[in-house]
Design a protein around this ligand. Structure first.
Ligand code: GZL
Length: 343
């Protein structure tokens, strides 16, 4: 009888030990999955740095420079191994960079598509290689949304609407035509297409407001100046007035301001100027009375990108669309806001 008790006690103890060790494993499994959930690896994977391949548009504007710095600084802070490429605003260079990241078997790829179209083939190559892709800043027009895990960036249509709403209010009591000239961003890029779309959606509510000239300045200061010089020349030849400049980014607006001043036209007074991004130089120009409205577009998305990249590599579900928060700054806010600008 005693033997039976003894052996059943041993059996009970053994079963208990097995149960504890199994729970223990599950716990460490839970601990691993829960720390994964916060973007850091569990104990077994703590030393595994993730490798992120980032294909940047270029270095065309103050916004882009700030965006690059945010991504590089955040990768360092998060212990992410960053492979970074600058495509000099050429799609073929971005595609080459993505293919190179695939060949290097990075853990995750992120990029800001310079234009909306022409990405399906290379994104399918990344998918076939089992490498997740995150879109930042700009979108692609692919109908196959399985080609990327998440899109982190602004709502450019809404940014355009914000610019239009300010102008609609500014001109609500104005009699007669309001001639608007537009400096568009890079042709085919999401911000250029959508900022135009949102702005036009709003200004059509006042038949006096008309876009009389519209051309791309490719988001750069130099091109913005060059196109504004051409606008000034043709306005003089046609003996027409330019009442408003709608610039899709600050760099083009600042280039245009140079051209206007060289032609003896007072920016912010003889011609109202609406700009986008919110870089320091633009806030300084607004403080000097040369810009009338800035619609902010926030480039500082590095920390969010690192979190999403770690979550994606950890196999965690991430939101398909993550919006960046941004404001609208009329001229009277420039003095107070300028010291707060981080880019
Ligand atoms: C917007 C970004 C645009 C900026 C420009 O998110 O893609 O590209 O508005 C930049 O300054 O060149």
């Amino acid at each position: 009888m005693k033997n039976i008790f003894k052996s059943s006690a041993v059996l009970l103890l053994t079963v208990t030990m097995i149960l504890i060790s199994a729970c223990g494993n599950t716990d460490s499994g839970n601990k691993a999955s829960s720390t994964n959930a916060t973007g850091t690896e569990g104990a077994t994977q703590t030393d595994k740095k993730i490798t992120l391949g980032f294909a940047q548009v270029g270095a065309e504007s103050g916004w882009r420079t700030a965006n690059t710095k945010s991504i590089q600084d955040s990768a360092k802070a998060a212990g992410v191994d960053l492979k970074f490429s600058d495509a000099q605003q050429k799609q073929e260079n971005q595609i080459k960079a993505i293919r190179s990241f695939i060949a290097q078997k990075v853990d995750v790829i992120a990029f800001s598509p310079v234009v909306e179209s022409g990405w399906d083939t290379v994104l399918k190559e990344a998918k076939d290689a089992g490498i997740p892709v995150i879109l930042t800043d700009r979108a692609v027009d692919s109908s196959d949304t399985s080609l990327y895990k998440s899109f982190l960036g602004s709502d450019f249509v809404e940014e355009g609407r914000r610019a239009g709403k300010w102008l609609l209010d500014e001109m609500k009591d104005h009699q007669g035509p309001v001639n608007i000239v537009e400096l568009q961003g890079t042709t085919g890029s999401a911000p250029a297409i959508d900022r135009k779309k949102g702005f036009e959606e709003i200004i059509k509510n006042n038949p006096n407001l008309k876009i009389v000239k519209s051309q791309t300045g490719d988001f750069t200061r130099a091109k913005g100046k060059e196109v504004m010089e051409a606008f000034i020349k043709s306005a003089k030849a046609e003996n027409t007035k330019m009442d408003v400049l709608y610039a899709h980014n600050d760099d083009m607006a600042l280039g245009a301001i140079q051209a206007l001043e060289e032609a003896g036209i007072k920016p912010g007074k003889d011609i109202l100027i609406i700009s986008m991004d919110g870089i320091k130089d633009a806030f300084q120009a607004m403080k000097d009375g040369k810009i009338n409205l800035i619609v902010e577009c926030n480039p500082l998305m590095g920390p969010q990108l690192m979190q999403i990249a770690q979550d994606v590599v950890a196999g965690k579900d991430v939101q398909k669309r993550i919006l960046t928060n941004e404001g609208v700054f009329p001229q009277d806010t420039a003095e107070k806001e300028l010291p707060n600008r981080q880019y």
